[in-house]
Every structure is written in structure tokens, then in C-alpha cells.
Design a protein around this ligand. Structure first.
Ligand SMILES: [Zn+2]
Length: 253
């Protein structure tokens, strides 16, 4: 059912949180917009103005790699300045209280880790843009290393170990979903008794399948999103309000 107003939504959510033993949050872009990180997929968002570079193009073309890195460096002031919002902090408080075993996210901004989640307890379906990784051997590199090489030679550097291209540790269009993360997310969804879908339009599959997976395994499903989603009909509670305002009251938990 859809909460009639913000206050009743927050009250019902509070009751469900109090009754739950194991809560799994699933977060999308909406939780990070108040942190200044744009929703790339939204109308007018970056991806509607700038065609995303598909994975095979990145691998095949050094020009595509250079363009991809130029775009990433242009975004760095935004990512570097972003701090956890009220939604991140509320979830971190529930995590510290032992209510949340791990969190599943579509976001690449690292803000759940910054808010207090152990990196092991953040299941990233689309990877992480705050560091880079070699596509060949998997070696991690700081972004600053890539940038230094780029600025010194005018081109993105390859891995020092195996010479393969280095890319942000994100999942690009056309790149295979990370199998281990998908499996962990499915297990978490099936084992929780409260699943919170937060700030995701729930349209990107297969990630959008997790709320239904949780519901079918017997969990309660809450959807918090400014806009309607395709799964509102099956949710036990829908809160169609700002995420910071909805989760703000839980920051101090
Ligand atoms: Zn390598």
C-alpha cells in the first residue's frame, strides 16, 4: 500500500524496522542525489547527453579509453566532494545496530563504505568508480595513478604488470554482471525478513529482480522512491517521498 503522507510512511517504516531481525537495503541513484551525484540515467542526465561508451568499444579502441577517462576525470570534483547523505547515515546506523548484515547497491560512488559499512558488507552490482582495475589481471590502481599517466603521455596508461587496459572498477554497458555480487545479493534477498528498495526505479534487470526475490521468499518489501516504480503493486509499503526526509528520522537510531 502507498503511505498517505510522509509522516505515516515513516511511522509504518519504523514499526517494520523494529519488528525485523534482518534487513537488506537495496539502493539506487536516488539515495545519492542529495549528495550532489547526478542520476546518470534520468531524463537530462549525463547518459542522455553523452552516449555511454560500451565495454567492447573501451577494450577495442584506445581513443574510446582516452575519452572514457577524460569524462571520468571531469566528474572527479563531483565524486570527491560527495559525502554520505541522510539515507546513507540512517542505513549505517541500522548496520551498526546489527540489523543489517550487508547492503546491495547499484551505485558506484563508494558512499556506503564512507558512511561506515565495511567494504565486505557492500555488494556492488555495478562496481565502484573511486578506483581503477586492470581488465587483464585485476590489479587495482588509484585514480590518481591513471590521471598522472594520462597527463604525462596524453593517453590512458595500461597495466604495469600485464599491459592490458586499466578501467574504473565499474560495470559498463555490455560488460558481464559480476557473478559473485549477483549471487550474494540473491542470497541476502532470500534470507532477510525486510527488504528496503531505496531510490531505484527498479527497471534495470537483472538487479531489479531482487525485491521480488525477497518478497517471494517471505520478506516484507518496502519501496522508497520519489517516482512510482513497476513493483509498487507487490510492495507491503510504498513511500513516495524524498529519501533524505524519509530516512532522516532513523539517522540517530
Ligand atoms: Zn594487469
Amino acid at each position: 500500500m502507498i503511505a498517505s503522507d510522509l509522516q505515516s510512511g515513516v511511522e509504518q517504516l519504523g514499526d517494520m524496522i523494529a519488528q525485523a531481525a534482518s534487513i537488506v537495503p537495496f539502493t539506487g541513484a536516488g539515495i545519492s542525489t542529495e549528495c550532489g551525484i547526478p542520476d546518470f540515467r534520468s531524463p537530462g542526465g549525463l547518459w542522455t547527453r553523452n552516449r555511454p561508451i560500451p565495454f567492447d568499444e573501451f577494450v577495442a579502441s584506445s581513443e574510446a579509453r582516452d575519452e572514457s577517462w577524460r569524462r571520468r576525470f571531469a566528474m572527479e570534483p563531483t565524486f570527491a566532494a560527495a559525502r554520505p547523505g541522510r539515507g546513507h547515515r540512517a542505513l549505517a546506523a541500522l548496520y551498526k545496530a546489527g540489523k543489517i548484515p550487508a547492503i546491495v547497491t547499484q551505485n558506484i560512488d563508494n558512499l556506503h563504505q564512507v558512511s561506515g559499512f565495511a567494504a565486505d558488507h557492500v555488494v556492488e552490482l555495478h562496481g565502484n568508480t573511486t578506483y581503477a582495475r586492470c581488465l587483464g589481471c585485476g590489479k587495482s590502481y588509484p585514480l590518481a595513478w591513471v590521471r598522472h599517466g594520462f597527463e604525462a603521455t596524453g593517453s590512458a596508461p595500461d597495466c604495469t604488470v600485464c599491459d592490458e587496459p586499466v578501467k574504473t572498477a565499474t560495470i559498463s554497458f555490455g560488460q558481464a554482471m559480476p557473478e559473485e555480487a549477483m549471487q550474494r545479493a540473491a542470497e541476502l534477498a532470500r534470507q532477510c525478513d525486510l527488504f528496503l528498495a531505496i531510490g531505484s526505479s527498479l527497471v534495470v534487470w537483472p538487479a531489479a529482480g531482487f525485491p521480488l526475490m525477497a518478497k517471494n521468499a517471505g520478506a516484507r518489501l518496502v519501496i522508497i522512491n520519489n517516482e512510482p516504480t513497476e513493483q509498487d503493486d507487490v510492495a507491503d509499503l510504498v513511500i513516495r517521498h524524498d529519501i533524505g526526509e524519509t530516512l532522516g528520522p532513523f539517522v540517530g537510531n
